[in-house]
Design a protein. Structure first.
Length: 369
């Protein structure tokens, strides 16, 4: 039980926190390899003979990253779930109006409309550690171009190289999302055939207009795995007739954040959830967005962790039919189930995280604190 980490939230007082913590102090004291990490909102005592402690009596928001930084490195997990081979985008529909990438770039005094190939991250899925092993493990799900669009016209000159990376990593799942499905058929690689098993293709449907425009195109495209992203959900979307066709394996839904933060309504989300349940399709309500309405009551929820927690507590998430990816190694042999990546979830912060249904697991980075 090396490197025990105890994370506690306490009420003010001296006696009760000590009683709660005492067993953890004992275990840490007896185990020379253990490290004790404690987070308190109020005044709480710390046993003085326990020198292998990380923190005492500090605010969570100010010290979470310091806690993680002082933990032994072998206990820290690195996530590999985002790959941005290029950055920047052009707005093309209603969902782009308050784009989070534009907002974040502006905070960095950058221009989100400037599109460029990333220097250090382009071949990221092929990067290896000092032992020569891939940093991205077999079976992981990587979200591609989260600060752009994979089928952006300006990226045509780089896309073949990106396809080559995916071709080489047949053991990794790549999540593609686009608002430009009309461009896809002309952008597929020469050896695509009826689709690659390790690519999960999704279209964004922020409102009914875009759903009716993009989903029929999605159905005509040769992909083994298909999904829908209704985020930011800025209006009611009825997808029952599309789910009935049997091609959609997953629907992800979320409200809007940052600039503008248009209203998302509970009844819109529930409609999608009910329709997915009817057809056995996984539905993941990842976050409420900043402005969320339940009936006549409008809630303002600026904190994204709270948004995720409230989405989880809504009870609208649904685990549908299992999505099976036929992953192979570099020689084309099937990878045994026991050798595939298994997501890790934090015993505290991940319990009510609504992303858990479809995410790649927790990195223990401390940001959720």
């Amino acid at each position: 039980m090396a490197h025990l980490i105890s994370i506690l939230q306490n009420e003010r007082g001296l006696n009760t926190p000590g009683i709660i913590k005492y067993p953890f102090w004992q275990v840490t004291y007896r185990n020379p390899e253990a490290t004790y990490a404690c987070i308190n909102y109020g005044d709480a005592i710390m046993i003085f003979c326990l020198t292998r402690s990380v923190l005492k009596n500090k605010e969570v928001s100010q010290n979470a990253e310091k806690i993680i930084a002082r933990l032994p490195k072998k206990e820290r997990k690195n996530m590999h779930d985002i790959w941005n081979p290029w950055h920047g985008c052009r707005k093309c529909s209603e969902g782009c109006e308050n784009c989070y990438m534009y907002f974040l770039d502006r905070m960095r005094e950058q221009d989100g409309s400037r599109i460029y190939r990333t220097k250090n991250g382009f071949r990221y899925p092929l990067s290896k550690d000092r032992q020569g092993k891939y940093k991205v493990k077999s079976g992981e799900m990587i979200r591609v171009c989260m600060t752009s669009d994979f089928f952006l016209e300006e990226a045509d000159k780089w896309r073949d190289d990106a396809w080559s990376v995916m071709r080489e990593r047949k053991d990794v799942k790549f999540f593609l999302l686009t608002k430009r499905p009309e461009r896809v058929s002309s952008c597929l690689p020469y050896d695509w055939g009826d689709g690659w098993e390790n690519v999960f293709f999704n279209v964004t449907c922020e409102n009914q207009r875009r759903a009716d425009e993009r989903i029929p195109i999605l159905f005509e495209l040769p992909f083994k795995h298909k999904g829908i992203m209704t985020a930011p959900l800025i209006g009611p979307v009825d997808i029952e007739k599309y789910l009935a066709a049997g091609q959609i394996e997953q629907v992800i839904c979320g409200g809007e954040n940052y600039d503008g933060s248009r209203l998302c309504r509970y009844e819109w989300v529930k409609l999608l959830s009910d329709q997915c349940r009817k057809y056995g399709v996984t539905f993941n309500f990842i976050e409420t967005g900043t402005c969320f309405a339940v009936g006549e009551k409008v809630y303002r929820i600026p904190d994204k962790r709270t948004q995720s927690q409230q989405a989880f507590r809504s009870g609208l998430n649904y685990k549908g039919k299992e999505i099976r990816f036929h992953l192979t190694d570099e020689w084309g042999y099937d990878i045994p189930e026991g050798e595939l990546y298994v997501p890790h979830y934090h015993p505290v912060t991940c319990v009510e995280c609504s992303n858990r249904l479809t995410c790649n697991g927790c990195s223990d980075c401390g940001k959720c604190f």
